[in-house]
Design a protein around this ligand. Sequence first.
Ligand code: ADP
Ligand code: ADP
Length: 230
Amino acid sequence: ESIITAQNVEKWYDNNFHVLRGVDLQVNKQEVVVIMGPSGSGKSTFIRTFNALEPYQKGQIVIDGTKLSNDLKNIETIRREVGMVFQQFNLFPHLTVLQNVTLAPIWVRKWSKNKAEEVAMQLLEKVGILEQASKFPGQLSGGQQQRVAIARALAMQPKIMLFDEPTSALDPEMVREVLDTMRNLAESGMTMVCVTHEVGFAREVADRVVFMDEGTIVEIATPEDFFNNP
Ligand code: ADP
Ligand code: ADP
């Protein structure tokens, strides 16, 4: 059953640079899709359209039955259902780890502080950061900060998680812990769309691999077919 349907999505800039040239993709519930392809091919732009971070000129995107229009009519519903993790962790530096994770649940979902903290502590434990709950982001390693960012997105209880090169800004020794966290999330049944160059992750975790080039999808295949057939 499809939870993301993108049909013929096109986007261009004022200078006529055509970053998305009619992209079609359906993602099923609980599916893990990895998007690969050269830099500048539109991968990041494409997944950012899924939560209205990126407007587009043509085509249609439906997220769990909600149509995403450029007038941002359904934006609150969409943003609640679609969590996102970025290359740069984008944590609030002046808030503790715990406060980073509870902020949106308290202010957007109107949860009590107690409920938000209870859920946050569970998530921090899941991503292996519980001991750091009262520290500030600057006191954590990059890998720890990215796991906080994952916990923060999960605190909104999204139905879909988007990852935009989540390990690209990390020192090599920290990549593993973030990928392990993503793998656990995939195994828990989360629907995930991940832009990443991590071939091992794609091979082992992806249900399908999508290859983009110059604003179009040029291949969609299982990891077996994608990596084994030249
Ligand atoms: P990827 O994620 O595959 O690296 P992106 O989605 O980031 O690709 O691609 C963005 C492309 O769009 C880049 O080539 C970038 O230079 C171009 N781009 C981004 N913003 C603008 C803009 N305001 N005007 C023109 N081109 C832009
Ligand atoms: P990143 O590679 O960090 O994702 P982006 O490609 O998204 O960066 O671009 C970062 C910023 O630069 C955006 O605000 C984008 O609009 C602008 N930008 C990128 N490429 C161009 C371009 N070719 N012309 C004009 N603005 C651009």
